[in-house]
Design a protein around this ligand. Sequence first.
Ligand SMILES: *[C@@H]1O[C@H](CO)[C@@H](O)[C@H](O)[C@H]1NC(C)=O
Ligand SMILES: *[C@@H]1O[C@H](CO)[C@@H](O)[C@H](O)[C@H]1NC(C)=O
Ligand SMILES: *[C@@H]1O[C@H](CO)[C@@H](O)[C@H](O)[C@H]1NC(C)=O
Ligand SMILES: *[C@@H]1O[C@H](CO)[C@@H](O)[C@H](O)[C@H]1NC(C)=O
Ligand SMILES: *[C@@H]1O[C@H](CO)[C@@H](O)[C@H](O)[C@H]1NC(C)=O
Length: 600
Amino acid sequence: MLVLLPFAFAFAGAVCAAPPRAHKLVESVAPPRDWFNLGPAPADHVIPLRIALPQSDFDTLERHLYEISDPDHERYGAHLSKEEVEALVAPHPDSLRAVDAWLAEHGIPESACTRSPAKDWVSVNVPVSLAETMLDTTFHVWKHAVDEDQVVRTTSYSLPEHMHAHIELVQPTTFFSHMKNHRTTFRFSDSQSDAPSVPGETITVTNSDGTKILVDASCNTTITITCLKQLYNAVGYKPSATNGNEIALTGYLEQFANVEDLQLFYADQVPDALNSSFKVTLINGGQNNQTASEAGDEADLDVQFAFGLTFPTPGTFFSTGGSPPFIPDVDTPTDSNEPYTEWLDFVLAQHKVPQTISTSYGDDEQTVPISFAKRVCAGFAQLGARGTSLMFSSGDGGVGDGDPDPATQTCQTNDGRNVTKFIPGFPASCPFVTAVGGTINIPEVAVDFSGGGFSNYFSRPSYQDQAVTEFFATKLPKGTYAGLFNPNGRAIPDVSAESDKFRVFIGGQAFHIGGTSASSPTFAGFVSLLNDVRISHGRPSLGFLNPFLYSKGFAGLNDITVGNAPGCGTPGFNATSGWDPVTGLGTPNFAKLKDLVLSF
Ligand SMILES: *[C@@H]1O[C@H](CO)[C@@H](O)[C@H](O)[C@H]1NC(C)=O
Ligand SMILES: *[C@@H]1O[C@H](CO)[C@@H](O)[C@H](O)[C@H]1NC(C)=O
Ligand SMILES: *[C@@H]1O[C@H](CO)[C@@H](O)[C@H](O)[C@H]1NC(C)=O
Ligand SMILES: *[C@@H]1O[C@H](CO)[C@@H](O)[C@H](O)[C@H]1NC(C)=O
Ligand SMILES: *[C@@H]1O[C@H](CO)[C@@H](O)[C@H](O)[C@H]1NC(C)=O
């Protein structure tokens, strides 16, 4: 992101020269729950405005994406190049011209603008005073009730009427991001009772297809790499270090992973991987302070399990900055807080993108303005079209807040009406990503915090029609939770994996961690091994997974049929046979999936 402070002051005077134009409302939101208005924003505070121009041909991109991700289609695996994707999302030249003219009217020269590779986003740092004129609005400083974060935002903004056809959205305006990592449980490991591997003692697990596998008995109290390889039927599989297959993780919220902790983890669980490491890519001021005594617990968990499962596959950790607290008297653009777009801009600009990427962060869907959610989701579609499989944790609150008690539940709509509704998570609700829920114990049952439900923003994609229709017709008693969820919405999650009692090293010590934060990098680890299988056989990577998972892949997943995930004052949905909104289609059976992914 470009920082041009002197310039910000230089064009402040040009505002008056702009001809008056009639503004028309673009978006208006109710003041979001838990954020409090502290008063007008300082006029000279600099806002890093990001302006989205309409993508000219996203419908064609979406059609390509579905064709090349459908194992029964002749174009399966014909991934698009960076240039092909960019051509489909590039704005119409009229939009580029109109936006340039509008910026120029406000005294903003081309040299002050940064553009995404397809030119569908333009970013420019402007003082609050100018942003208020451009968007005919007033910015305020808002403070979050719980963690006291401060941001500069508005609840509505407008654009000149003639610009509505050329600008889809402008942020940061109405998006009060409160991104969280999906890490629910955290406790010190008791080295006696939690010691991994008591040789000899095993549990026999009968998979949903009747086959039996053996898992160390200790895995019921402590999940290690060995446990996951046993449970998910991948013992002995060794991926290539050199066939071009890669796996990556994203870190937000100033999270970074500690390399020494990774070595302790490897000594404990993956001795062959000792001394190996991973690549760190810093985006938009992302952090990576290896001297700090405590690394991020989320980052350490993700790195240790995803890279531990896939060693020696080359791994990358993307550390994206962009959400440090706003300090009202410092006029630097520090509170952009739209980290998904910062990351997408960066990764879409690369010629080679890792084939498998996991993210363990999310927001409540209703706190992300729908225009922004759709645009970010379209960015994930672009990565899918390029051949990348994206996993996102489904969230740790069951159908919402994880609270079974009607008296204390907090699932109210954010629209000022405070109606009780289930709260799905985003990006898990984006139909172009694979949402990963959670299980617990050996044999596996649904974990009670597994995020699931139905999007209020995205309609159900056709690849889910059969599975979800069957759930409504035969699994969910008629009328259950009527009005609390959108039965026509994209259903969450798609799949699941173990998500509790993971033995992780943080700051030199062993901990037990859980959350769908653990299940997403785990599922991604097995997807990366499947990509390795395909690439080693000269086939393209799996790319966007869901059409495969719902049409063929489910036969290589263990159906989880026990448990439920409460929330919003209800017991939530049940895990059932077939797809369900707690564990999706189920957890991986690598040996079966390995054959399946070579069958097309
Ligand atoms: C695993 O632990 C759970 C929870 O404590 C328990 O219900 C289950 O019986 C255990 N499984 C085995 C095979 O002992
Ligand atoms: C890791 O490095 C140490 C110190 O250089 C060496 O003694 C050890 O053999 C190495 N381990 C592996 C698995 O490469
Ligand atoms: C890294 O962390 C250490 C210890 O907290 C601190 O002293 C140092 O200034 C930090 N370095 C950077 C570059 O932030
Ligand atoms: C909705 O809830 C908020 C926060 O608790 C409260 O300030 C507001 O008055 C409520 N609105 C209605 C219509 O009940
Ligand atoms: C979950 O299963 C229980 C026990 O079979 C049943 O009573 C309940 O209605 C089910 N709930 C839902 C939401 O399907």
